[in-house]
Design a protein around this ligand. Sequence first.
Ligand code: ADP
Ligand code: MG
Length: 728
Amino acid sequence: MQYLNKILIVYTTPVFRVKKKHNIRKRTMGKTTDQRRGDITMPVKYLKGVGEVRSRWLARLGINSILELMEFFPHTYIQRQINPSLHEVQAGDRIALTAMICWKEARQTAKNINQLNLGISDGKSLIICTWFHYPKQYEELFEQGKTIWVSGNVSEFNGQLQLLHPQFELITDSDLEDDFWKKRSVLPVYHLAVLLTQNLMRKLIYSAFEQYALQIRENLPQELIDKYSFPTRREALQKMHFTTHPEQVEGIRFRFVYEEFFYTQLMWARHKHYHQENVSGIAHEHRKVLTRELYKKLPYKLTNAQIRVIREIFADMQSDRQMSRLLQGDVGSGKTIVTLFAMLLSIENGFQAVLMAPTEILADQHYANITKLLEGMQISTCLLKGGSYKGKSQVKQAIAQGEIQIIVGTHAILQSDIEFASLGFAAVDEQHRFGVEQRAQLARKDKHPDLLYLSATPIPRSLSMTVYGDLEVSILDELPPNRKPVTTLVRSSAKIDLVYNEARRELQKGRQIYIVCPLIEESDKVDLIDAERLFKHISEKVFKGTSCALLHGRMKAREKDGIMLRFKAGEVKILVSTTVIEVGVDVPNASVMIVEHAERFGLAQLHQLRGRVGRGTEQAYCYLIEHFPISAIGRERLSTIAGTTDGFAIAEKDLELRGPGEYFGYEQSGLPRFRFANLLKDQDVLRLARMDAFDLVSSDPDLQKEENLLIRQFFFQAYGHKEELILY
Ligand code: ADP
Ligand code: MG
């Protein structure tokens, strides 16, 4: 036993052996071999020490199976020895180090806020850790003489270096029950959720490896492993958790990034191949009838970007392949008019055209805009919504008989009872709000119409091609002239009254105001302002006598629409809301956006929120209210958003500030979720993986060749169901 422990310490990664259990046979009679031994893909609740409750906590981190637990990587590592490097530290540095607790002091500030100071030292220099509003148990927790690991941003206060609200972990052995971790010189640190602790995570992960390490299967062929000198999958997984050389981890992570990209790109490569072989689309002719008519009557000049993009779209629509094109353009870049040109091209070829929006409000808005732009032209249009209402069946009939040329609507358009006479073109606004299935449904409609997906979420140029593997991309990178950029101001919550005063001036000019606060998760114990409390405060105190309304996610769609319509009509002056205010909703008279707890929002979200104002001709204002304490990343986000209105620059920064596997928010922004890869930092790997995947498909599209057996097995097991969705 003594001997084995020594081995564990000497080797970088522990050697796992399968434990023999004597009572196995009795407990699991009648089950297959795999189940008897326990399969690595089983739900994580079956792992010893997990169970129902903890498995729900793990699910919050995206961990559902035992394998996923083993694939849940630490975000950083703790070196257990005290690290004598404090003397080099300066304000502004981001540090993580192990030190000794020298003293602690609990006090109250002049404003009666509880403050805890902790002096920690590496034996030579000292730094102070400070917490405000800290949990009471910290006072017991931090004992003089204990070793502590801290991580955070260094600031300076009265000439003394300080870490404000650092992340920390006490690394005394007492609560490390596991013999294994006690002896490690390096400890992994994981993202946590609910009541999970670092110690519990370490214990569970060790236990998973102890029982299942031998079941970890390779998912890359030897050829690729050799090509990139990858470690085997088992070895790589072990090293991610049990390394004693954290500086080497980045090189190992590369393997996981590669495999993730490789298989997703393989899926898109196969999709493209399938599409090319099996689907023929419509070849539109550039007749220059309706499109010219629209061009002549436009109330403004098209921007150069709009002209370029219309050309790209027309060229694509003239080919006999089905178009699948993403039109990216920042809020207000003028995507609607571009879309309308494409619709008219299809209509002058005798087809029908569709514009689909994610909500009724947006559909209404598009319908109103489009009918206005088409005034005086002989084009029949209709609005199609969900549910049953008066006149709907006549509309459906008119669509089926080809009497209607432009159909604007919600996803009601996709319903199977909607038949088209001949659908030639379909556009999808805010495409990320629709799932892949809905996309596929539309792509398969009628004669395989040409498809245009609209997105206001800017993705860095270099990425969009590869992220949406199957789509061609057009970018509107120019705003129409004479737009006044929104004045963006970051204000501390202590100064909120000044902000309200400035907003009051806008109200007096007849303008309207949005006030947004963050969504509150159940598990959040942080004291946040919630929408209801804020609404009460605003409507009964601050802006008493002004008509206010509250909008939140638990309302029914109908109710939300009603409130939005009243705001749009100017009946409601102040709209207090969670983040549900619709992306794309256009209320030109609104000139002030106040975002409470702005430090809690992602960059893409802040950018979208700001885009709700500044849509009229007047100067607009966006106030970002920061609440103390604020994380370094939170602060960086705020200064980014205040510093630029360029959506692409913001998107780039957004990706930079996110770590790999940080999947909260990815869906919101419409980006697919990757567990290992960071789309910005790992672009080179993406390119390699994409090339390898496309090469493979061009030589063996059905993955039938002997040497591709392993790829085929893994691909169909892990990606088969996803691929079915996109074979259209
Ligand atoms: P988005 O890309 O956010 O959907 P819209 O298509 O709604 O933008 O256009 C935003 C506003 O800009 C609309 O009021 C539209 O009439 C106007 N617009 C579009 N193109 C131009 C242009 N070239 N010059 C002036 N105004 C334009
Ligand atoms: Mg729009």
